[in-house]
Design a protein around this ligand. Structure first.
Ligand SMILES: Cc1cc2nc3c(=O)[nH]c(=O)nc-3n(C[C@H](O)[C@H](O)[C@H](O)COP(=O)(O)OP(=O)(O)OC[C@H]3O[C@@H](n4cnc5c(N)ncnc54)[C@H](O)[C@@H]3O)c2cc1C
Length: 401
């Protein structure tokens, strides 16, 4: 056992763990991170690989979340131009489109404009995109514009009933590289990062934690001490609270699987499509690795964390059916060359559907004795900047009320 007491011990080498390690090491804290597998081996390499403001969250009135993400979007683009780039998203519109999902906006529209019968009017989309353009002080990325699909190249792969689209900006990032770069920079700033090292126990002494590690290849055990413990175990966040820290907690995690399908390239331009479904959900079709198109994602309850997330036939067929409502070329299961899935570790806010569960961060802080913090993360990652100080303070205050 080493007697040295570090400032911070982080469980989990996904984007949250590695982003926090980099941020904390950069602030001069002594940091140790343990990852049971490889860096970014779980959710952080299975995302849609976008950093965006979350256009659809506007329908949930999540204005703060969207504003923060939009501001962060341009900061990230400037910070990592070698692994990220801007993308234009084409959102086709047809006036028969309905949204069955019970978002706060659809409920409000049903009350004030009952004759719309679930239709998502064009002015609502324009309003959403206007807010999206202006909420976050966009400077680098080009604004929204209208596209005439009857003449534009973006209309060619789509069914002829789509005559109009809105085109807006968001960004792409190589998600797994982003994690590895954060870890490397954390190490350059003095952090120690162990991979294939599982945290099997953590015991709270008066003012610090004793963390027991297991080398998953040799089975050897070792210990580290730290004044503060960060639980950034992603889908395992609840497991770590209950089984590793052996704490009683009322905080629940909701595991929501998201799957993607990959097909041979479906169209010849470099823009993405944003498709709205009749179930209130949206999916993206994105140019992928030069010769392919990436289509996703789904929202499916994932009950057992130890079960490797895989795209089920139902999820595959759902995505094919969704895309076939837009593309001229009708896809079948034979067009799918690859699938991948990840599990979102969402904070259980009691929402009835997986789609409606909050995608915002929830940071729970317990500072009795050796301090501990658990991260329940949604779709928003704060990778390069990690967690800025004001956010820590606010989250701490929130958790004490
Ligand atoms: C389908 C899908 C699409 C998404 N798309 C986007 C997107 O486009 N843009 C976006 O910003 N976000 C997106 N997200 C969300 C984003 O991917 C997650 O918020 C983020 O990856 C969560 O990172 P994490 O570090 O918390 O978890 P993870 O990446 O899962 O990392 C947790 C790590 O902890 C390790 N661990 C667990 N227990 C232990 C233990 N006892 N000891 C040691 N290590 C342990 C695990 O092995 C794992 O590597 C998407 C998510 C999904 C599922």
């Amino acid at each position: 056992m080493t007697d040295h007491i570090h400032d911070l011990f982080i469980i989990g080498g996904g984007i949250n763990g590695c982003g926090i390690a980099r941020d904390a090491a950069g602030r001069g804290l002594s940091v140790v991170l343990a990852e049971q597998g490889d860096l970014a081996s779980a959710t952080s390499s299975a995302s849609t690989k976008l950093f965006h403001g979350g256009l659809r969250y506007l329908e949930y009135f999540e204005f703060r979340l969207v504003r923060e993400a939009l501001i962060e979007r341009e900061t990230l683009l400037q910070a990592m131009p070698h692994i990220s780039w801007p993308m234009r998203f084409v959102l086709p519109y047809h006036d028969s489109m309905r949204f069955e999902g019970a978002t706060p906006t659809s409920r409000l529209l049903n009350v004030v404009m009952p004759w719309m019968k679930g239709r998502r009017p064009a002015w609502l989309i324009r309003l959403g995109l206007f807010l999206y353009d202006h909420l976050g002080g966009r400077e680098i990325l080009p604004p929204t514009q209208l596209v005439d699909l009857r003449t534009a190249v973006e209309g060619e792969p789509l069914l002829s009933k789509f005559e109009t689209a809105y085109e807006y900006s968001d960004c792409w990032v190589e998600d797994a590289r982003l994690v590895a770069l954060n870890a490397r920079d954390a190490v350059n700033r003095g952090a120690r990062v162990f991979t294939r090292t599982k945290v099997i126990a953590a015991d709270r002494l008066e003012d610090h934690w004793v963390v027991t590690l297991e080398d998953v290849e040799t089975g050897e055990h070792s210990t580290e001490r730290a004044r503060m413990l960060i639980n950034a175990a992603g889908p395992w966040v609840g497991n770590v609270i209950a089984n590793t820290l052996r704490l009683n907690s009322r905080d629940g995690v909701r595991l929501v699987r998201g799957s993607h399908i990959v097909t041979k390239r479906l169209y010849d331009h470099e823009k993405c499509y944003f498709f709205q479904g009749t179930d209130g959900r949206i999916i993206f079709a994105i140019p992928y690795e030069t010769d392919f198109t990436l289509i996703g994602t789904t929202d499916a309850e994932h009950h057992v964390v130890s079960e490797k997330p895989l795209c089920t036939e139902d999820e595959r067929d759902y995505l094919i059916h969704f895309a076939n409502g837009y593309f001229k070329r009708q896809l079948t299961a034979d067009d799918v060359v690859w699938t991948y899935s990840g599990v979102r570790p969402l904070y259980d806010d009691g929402s009835s559907s997986a789609t409606a569960a909050t995608r915002d961060y929830t940071l729970k802080v317990d500072d009795t004795g050796g301090a501990r913090s658990s991260i329940f993360s949604g779709a928003r990652s704060r990778p390069i900047g990690g967690l800025p100080r004001p956010r820590w303070r606010r989250s701490k205050a929130m958790s004490q009320t």
